[in-house]
Design a protein around this ligand. Structure first.
Ligand code: 5GP
Length: 114
């Protein structure tokens, strides 16, 4: 897949406000936050969209979600709750083609989304 701005963040070529990292996952604050807490969890090994994930990516996808949950617990967000979102392609609103999980917290979320 072609490189994206998130690949540059993984390689530390451009700055980001990194808040969480493990061997497989990096998390940093969204540049344009939609909630008081808005953090993006990305796999260090890029997958363009959820459509491009296969069986061999199952463990990595699980690690992304577990990282988001661990961060929420660490930051005291877990009990009140939060939302995790993966946007896919045009109708999903995806703009950066390096799969990522949005973690939104710090306010009540609405459902259905707009
Ligand atoms: P998507 O629309 O693909 O689901 O989400 C992409 C997100 O990345 C958006 O919420 C956008 O604000 C964020 N974003 C885009 N470019 C940058 C960047 O250079 N740095 C950071 N921290 N966030 C970015």
């Amino acid at each position: 897949m072609s490189d994206t701005i998130f690949g540059k963040i993984v390689r530390r070529e451009i700055p980001a406000d990194i808040v969480y990292e493990n061997d497989d996952v990096l998390a940093f604050r969204d540049l344009n936050p939609q909630a008081p807490v808005h953090v993006l969890f990305i796999p260090k090994r890029a997958i363009a969209t959820l459509n491009d994930a296969g069986a061999s990516d199952a463990e990595l996808l699980g690690k992304l979600l577990l990282a988001a949950a661990a961060y929420a617990k660490q930051e005291g967000l877990a009990e009140q709750g939060y939302r995790t979102v993966i946007n896919c392609n045009e109708h999903g609103g995806q703009t950066v083609f390096h799969l990522h999980v949005h973690l939104l917290a710090g306010r009540r979320m609405h459902w259905p989304p707009g």
